[in-house]
Design a protein around this ligand. Structure first.
Ligand SMILES: Cc1cc2nc3c(=O)[nH]c(=O)nc-3n(C[C@H](O)[C@H](O)[C@H](O)COP(=O)(O)OP(=O)(O)OC[C@H]3O[C@@H](n4cnc5c(N)ncnc54)[C@H](O)[C@@H]3O)c2cc1C
Length: 450
């Protein structure tokens, strides 16, 4: 089959790779000059199979309301005159209950486990190096009440087969001695040994290059302008070369939309409506001054709701969510405040370890922001649309790097006529999970990650 994959972030590239593995002819299109130059560029780097709780839980509405009034809050809802935002918000509210939470966690855990295995297979086969650290993820708490809730959250996840254990302050400092300087503020934590971290951009760009070597046509620097449909099937896609301005059409037996947050307007142009809305987040990448005192376990900071990962000789801190449209600015007072907040936290937790000076002070912090393609459930949309030949692999929200390898493999299997071996609700495939939750899951508390 000839398959055109639209979008070359982690999801599109992984889709292309797994289609090639099954013998299909692949064209991969992206407007950028290389893969992974948008949301997959500088995320928190966590392969976070065991911290995958959705944002929507019964406490979320009140928290969101409270946080609306502070520029420094982890989740900021910025109301727009945009029906898509309000509709997404209402759908999100409908997920803020225990029943939906359990159903959503079950699917995220299933996809996470499947994806982790797929990632390991790709790494074993390709030998791609991407500053991978298989040291687990530790979540540290500075507030006793929040830490008390962590035990309930860990118990819920354990019933889904997730190995998340509660650890004392002393255990946590033994797991990650780099937290020592901040140790007297920490009251305890949780730890998931099987999680890992690594650079999503490096991985995705190398995998894209390997796709090219295996015969995929890489069409970078091309805007995807229009899906052309007769109302029943997508016939072709119109693209335009950014350098020459020349338009052309791509025909194929199947088209996979993997354009992250931009999947929504693209699909809407052929009457396919999907609840994917951008959730802006920021990261700062800082050179290490004292590598020997830097963490190698990837970390979640409960108070600031940010994540910290070591990538070679740099430290990446990322987090915060703004629901306010497709704004990618980094130079507004709000954006600057949120970036500074992340850097300040690094200096507080790891004093003197990374270069946290501003550019004016002679430092070199690399700030970035990206738009998480968020669904109200946190569950990505993987499968068929109502139009023939048109598939979707998008909406991976906070977990696109974690779920990338598995989502690419799963859609390639579906297109190839195979059934992916996991209990997951694929779009348009009539396969929905039977058992939503393991027995005994009643008390729920979220440990949402940014
Ligand atoms: C601050 C932050 C921290 C995060 N941390 C983590 C983490 O630790 N772990 C984790 O698992 N996930 C994390 N994520 C989420 C993860 O980065 C995303 O879910 C993932 O990158 C989404 O990948 P994607 O391929 O769907 O989208 P993208 O990477 O955005 O790829 C979509 C591609 O489509 C292209 N495109 C879109 N529209 C068009 C068009 N019209 N024409 C041509 N090309 C087009 C874009 O150029 C882009 O390359 C984080 C996200 C953020 C913002």
């Amino acid at each position: 089959m000839q398959v055109t994959v639209l979008g070359a972030g982690i999801i599109g590239v992984s889709t292309a790779w797994h289609l090639l593995q099954r013998g299909h002819e692949v064209t991969l299109v992206d407007r950028q000059p290389d893969a992974a130059l948008e949301t997959s560029f500088a995320n928190a780097a966590q392969i976070s199979v065991s911290y995958c709780e959705p944002w929507a839980n019964k406490e979320a509405p009140l928290k969101t309301l409270k946080w609306m009034f502070s520029d420094e809050s982890p989740l900021l809802f910025r109301p727009q005159l945009d029906w898509a935002q309000w509709r997404w918000g209402l759908q999100f509210l409908a997920q803020c209950n225990d029943k939906a939470f359990v159903r959503n966690v079950a699917q995220l855990v299933a996809l996470g486990a499947y994806s982790h295995a797929a990632l390991k297979d790709v790494v074993a086969e390709t030998g791609i190096e991407y500053n991978r650290l298989e040291r687990g993820i530790a979540h540290y708490y500075t507030d006793q009440k929040s830490f008390d809730g962590a035990a309930d959250a860990a118990a819920v996840m354990q019933r889904f087969g997730v190995q998340r254990r509660v650890v004392t302050r002393e255990e946590l400092l033994a797991i990650e001695p780099a937290l020592q300087a901040f140790g007297d503020r920490i009251v305890g934590g949780t730890y998931t040994q099987s999680d890992e971290s690594g650079d999503a951009r490096v991985f995705t760009q190398q995998l894209a290059a390997l796709c090219g070597q295996r015969g995929a046509r890489l069409l970078f620097g091309h805007d995807i302008e229009q899906l052309e449909s007769d109302g029943r099937e997508v016939r072709q896609v119109r693209v335009r070369d950014r350098a020459t301005g020349l338009a052309s059409v791509l025909k194929a037996d199947a088209f996979v939309v993997a354009c992250g947050s931009y999947s929504t307007p693209l699909l809407a142009s052929v009457g396919v409506n999907v609840p994917i809305y951008p959730g802006k987040g920021y990261s700062a990448t800082l050179p290490l001054l004292r590598p020997e005192r830097a963490p190698s376990v990837s970390l979640l900071d409960d108070q600031m709701k940010c994540a910290v990962s070591r990538l070679g000789n740099e430290l990446r801190v990322a987090g915060t969510i703004e629901l306010g449209g497709f704004d990618l600015s980094l130079d507004t007072p709000l954006a600057r405040k949120r970036c500074d907040m992340l850097v300040r936290r690094i200096e507080q937790v790891f004093p003197g370890v990374a270069d946290t000076r501003t550019a004016d002070e002679g430092g070199d912090p690399r700030f970035w922001c990206g738009l998480r393609p968020a669904t109200p459930t946190n569950i990505p949309l993987i499968g068929r649309t109502r139009l023939r030949k048109l598939w979707i692999n998008a909406g991976h929200g906070t977990l696109g790097w974690t779920h990338g390898a598995g989502s690419g493999k799963a859609i390639a299997e579906l297109i190839h006529g195979e059934q992916p071996a996991m209990n997951f609700g694929f779009q348009g495939m009539g396969s929905y999970p039977k058992a939503a939750a393991p027995a005994g899951v009643r008390r729920l508390q979220a440990t949402s990650r940014g």
